[in-house]
Design a binder for this molecule. Sequence first.
Ligand code: DAH
Length: 346
Amino acid sequence: MDLLAQLNGLPGELEERLRKVAGDADLEAARVDFLGRKGRLAELMSHLRDLSPAERPAFGQAANAVKQRMTELLDERKALQEQEREAAFLAGFDCSLPGRTLWNGSLHPITLAMEEVCSVFRSMGYEIAGGPEVETDFNCFEALNMPPEHPARDMQDTLYINDKVLLRAHTSCVQVRTMMNRRPPLAIIGPGKVYRRDSDVTHTPMFHQIEGLLVDRHVTMADLRGTLTAFLRAVFGGSTRVRFRPSFFPFTEPSVEVDMSCAQCGGRGHIDGQPCRVCKGSGWLEILGSGMVDPAVFRSVGYDPDEVSGFAFGLGVERIAMLKYGLTDLRMNFENDIRFLHQFPV
Ligand code: DAH
């Protein structure tokens, strides 16, 4: 058979072959056999030089047409296989099955507690203030009336970056930062992470606090009492009772420890004749530290203690979250167990 007849016969042969292919690999093998570098078309083309110069152009043209036709045949077959695959998938697909529900995240209990506290204070006109977790010794201790060697530093031993830079041990540094940058009157609330060198069942090396500070003229202890009582009632309910016990903090004078009636037993100290586990039977819970800003603090930030007065407070967010949500183990907050986290609202 002459070359041209062989060439023109190729598409028919390919068509024959394609009728028998099954699957992608088979189809690819057919393509290689006919159009590959060593395939049937290439083989015939290698005889081009045996033709007379007069015959070559016609042969070349025919070869192009054959190549194009074979490519079409292969493409058609490929499309057909895809259609068949899809049809097989749809035949086995039950569109009446319930779909998968979307995964909804939820807010962490610490975040929820933090937002609740902040929103209560915002409603009383406080602004949110912030500061870095890596702080200077001055902002964290010295300006707060805790010079080096002050014994109160022991309770707040933290992690030092160097002699003068540390991970803040409380959010009270936010007081210093704010007062150094602004003039009174001011009312701020500073939520954030703090760090201490202890880790046991009831302490984690990182935890959250919220600091509060109000400075103006003629601020008194009565303002402090009223504000904190209103705050605790907003968060824990209107019948919450609040008591103030004398205490000591280097940066406040006088200082108080604030207790509230136990949210679990309603301040009775017992539930069904059993001592309440949350308040250990006392009916009271220690909830925050507070006091009137010490004149020494005002002086260290450049305020005149004869001109202004104010109160400050600091509270632990984990404690609020535990009481609010009835958590029994502090560590649950940091284990990232989805079964726990998923129980909180979005
Ligand atoms: N900074 C104190 C602590 O971490 C908490 C505190 C107590 C903050 C009394 C205050 C305050 O602003 O007035 O233990």
